[in-house]
Design a protein around this ligand. Structure first.
Ligand code: HEM
Length: 116
């Protein structure tokens, strides 16, 4: 249904007059939204032609923002350009161990025995 767009293609649209951004593996043409963006033009220009997912998420955009962005969706990032979350990671069983993280004893002062 949706068009597949490569990252190489997105990179060509990195100017304020022609501004595409990848957010969560979807491609948005924000050229027309640039002047309306409540967060200013500069923030969008700073991610023009690239993946701006982290920046977008870091701001903690509202549900309303997520509704607005649907209007600017032009396609999906090509599957070959989608980063696999576990690249390089070696998911071992569990690395939490029994380390000190949980060792912060909840030391309740012994105040309970001051009976006569
Ligand atoms: C389609 C994409 C986007 C839409 C529709 C959008 C929309 C909005 C809206 C509606 C707000 C007002 C606050 C809210 O409702 O959350 C906002 C604020 C903001 N946005 Fe975006 N935004 C988009 C992408 C981005 C990106 C990619 C960045 C960063 C590179 C960004 C940075 C900001 C900042 C810094 C604010 C101001 C936050 C504040 O004042 O606390 N936005 N945006």
């Amino acid at each position: 249904m949706s068009k597949e767009i490569s990252l190489a293609e997105v990179k060509k649209h990195n100017k304020s007059e022609d501004l595409w951004v990848v957010i969560e593996d979807k491609v948005y043409d924000l050229t027309k939204f640039l002047h309306e963006h409540p967060g200013g033009e500069d923030s969008l220009i700073s991610v023009a032609g690239r993946n701006g997912t982290r920046e977008f998420v870091d701001v903690g955009h509202s549900q309303e923002a997520r509704e607005i962005m649907k209007k600017f969706l032009i396609g999906n990032l090509a599957a070959s350009d989608i980063k696999k979350p576990s690249v390089g990671a070696t998911p071992t069983a569990d690395d939490t161990g029994t380390g000190n993280a949980n060792a912060i004893a909840i030391a309740t002062p012994k105040q309970c025995c001051i009976l006569h």
